[in-house]
Design a protein around this ligand. Structure first.
Ligand code: FAD
Ligand code: MLT
Ligand code: ZN
Length: 474
């Protein structure tokens, strides 16, 4: 039951949003109060559903005035607890799901304007309907929202060719902490007018403002593709193969994903319809895709030739090409359901790291050795976006091991892996952000100068500390 001031706040929020815009019933708010990985269980004064930018603006002005913490939430698929309120019960969760219109599409400018609550897959579809292509692609694309993608600076499986979400933005509309609306939905590719304010909101995880819409870049529609699933002897061969394919294809590699044997075992065991694409088991695989906007580009023969030469040179051990769209979907299903299969198999400890592509083989060797020696009840599940130097260096609980004992290894494991990442000049958070989970890691690995500047930016944008308190920075 909210106290008196909580009751007044709920009344005020109801006046702004209407009765159907404010949820307080615990049965209805529950899905919004825990994160995807079930790491955090929060409480909230209410979960609210603005329908317009004006709603968001009035809510923020009110909450800023009353010093009520505001937690923006998109599809709630984030990995770091950024969209979950704390345990106080005093914060308000602002779900953007009703702000979900594609406002406009401009095929000749290769751009469209989408509201923050648009599901990523819907944005991809809108681009496709306009004979264009929006390249951001994640396993969660059926649920995550473009506002969440912008706020986490999401990566995924086509960064190698098209960049991260940050690289795909032309302009933003953002509601500031005090309710003012920063309307900068430009469709410009060139704009050198002082500081690039919009870039600060990208990857800010809702700590500097609430994004309500974005003008995003589109690309020529993909009209031909070639997809191969190849086994490689080791990570070094995967890295070498990537360089060769980029060279041989005129840089048309759009995805290049590393997959270990255990991921094939986990997905075939836990995910209906996933099968092992090759007849024999191998230690490592890559899933690679070439794409082109030209329907008649001979990508299949190009990839086939490159893989045949790689086979002769011992860089590839076996390979299969997708011969139909159905084959292609099946190969991608194997890749994209690895996280789900990992979850279904038991407890896991995750690290989302990036280092220079060339240093990946040595890193995997050293980090794996440490894990083998120090986490005997864990099984390595190391996979990810090799083309971006980004690996999900994960461990799953070994069969018959004790869940709590395994999870108790988290702190020393994390320290060892992240310290090694630092030694390699890498990042402890390549694409998943900081949220609440990695605040301590940011404090440990960022320099004093970086932290000072981040805190100064936070103070400038949110002097009363109402925007997603406790996330990114304490
Ligand atoms: P949420 O989880 O709702 O929020 C994430 C953060 O953004 C929170 O801090 C929240 O407060 C803030 N936020 C949300 N909307 C707004 C807004 N409109 N304005 C301001 N702040 C806002 N991530 C990758 O980068 N690459 C992957 O390959 C990838 N694969 C995934 C696969 C699976 C199966 C799953 C479950 C997740 C995966 N993710 C991946 C993680 C996740 O999907 C992304 O981080 C995604 O961008 C989060 O979007 P969301 O809408 O779910 O955001
Ligand atoms: C992926 O690439 O599948 C995700 O970013 C990693 C994960 O879900 O753990
Ligand atoms: Zn990933």
């Amino acid at each position: 039951m909210p106290d008196q001031s909580g009751g007044e706040s709920l009344q005020a929020l109801g006046e702004i949003l209407g009765a159907d815009g404010v949820l307080t019933d615990p049965a209805e708010t529950a899905p919004f109060l825990t994160d995807h990985r079930r790491l955090y269980q929060g409480r909230a004064l209410a979960v609210i559903f603005p329908r317009s930018v004006e709603h968001v603006s009035r809510v923020l002005a009110f909450c800023n005035e009353r010093r009520i913490g505001v937690v923006p939430q998109g599809g709630n698929t984030g990995y770091c607890g950024g969209a979950t309120p704390d345990e106080s019960g005093n914060q308000v969760v602002v779900s953007l799901k009703r702000l979900n219109r594609i406002r406009s599409t401009d095929p000749l400018n290769y751009s469209l304007v989408a509201e923050a609550g648009c599901i990523l897959a819907e944005v991809q579809r809108a681009a496709d309907d306009a004979e264009r292509f929006f390249p951001l692609s994640l396993g969660s694309e059926g649920t995550c929202q473009i506002g969440g993608n912008l706020s986490t600076n999401a990566g995924g499986t086509s960064v190698l060719r098209y960049g991260m979400m940050r690289d795909l933005v032309l302009g933003l509309e953002v509601v500031l902490a005090d309710g003012r609306v920063l309307s900068s939905l430009t469709a410009l590719r060139k704009d050198n007018t002082g500081y690039d304010i919009k870039s600060l909101f990208l990857g800010a995880e809702g700590t500097l403002g609430i994004i309500t819409a974005a003008s995003i870049k589109l690309f020529p529609k993909v009209r031909s593709s070639a997809t191969a699933f190849a086994s490689v002897p080791d990570v070094r061969s995967a890295v070498d193969l990537l360089a060769r394919l980029r060279d041989a294809s005129g840089d048309r590699v759009s995805s290049f994903e590393l997959i270990p044997r255990i991921a094939v075992e986990l997905t075939t065991r836990h995910i209906p319809g996933v099968t092992d694409p090759l007849a024999q088991p191998y230690s490592w695989y890559v899933l690679c895709e070439l794409t082109s906007s030209r329907a008649a580009d001979p990508l299949d023969s190009l990839i086939e030739e490159a893989l045949t030469t790689a086979l002769e040179d011992g860089l590839v051990l076996d390979a299969v090409l997708a011969r139909s769209e159905r084959d292609r979907i099946a190969l991608w299903k194997l890749r994209e359901t690895i996280p789900e299969a990992q979850r279904l198999d038991g407890a896991s400890l995750k690290h989302d790291i990036s280092i220079a592509v060339s240093a990946l083989p040595r890193f995997v060797e050293r980090a794996s050795q440490w894990a083998h020696e120090n986490v005997p009840d864990g099984r390595l599940v190391v996979y990810g976006h090799v083309g971006d130097g980004n690996l999900h260096f994960n461990l799953n609980q070994a069969p018959a091991s004790e869940r709590h004992a395994f999870l108790a290894r988290e702190a020393p494991l994390k320290r060892a892996i992240h310290d090694l990442v630092r030694e390699f000049g890498g990042s402890f958070s390549a694409e998943h952000g900081i949220g609440r989970l990695k605040v301590g890691e940011l404090e440990r690995y960022a320099s004093t100068a970086e932290l000072d500047l981040m805190r100064a930016v936070k103070r400038a944008f949110d002097p009363n500390g109402v925007l997603n308190p406790g996330k990114v920075l304490r």
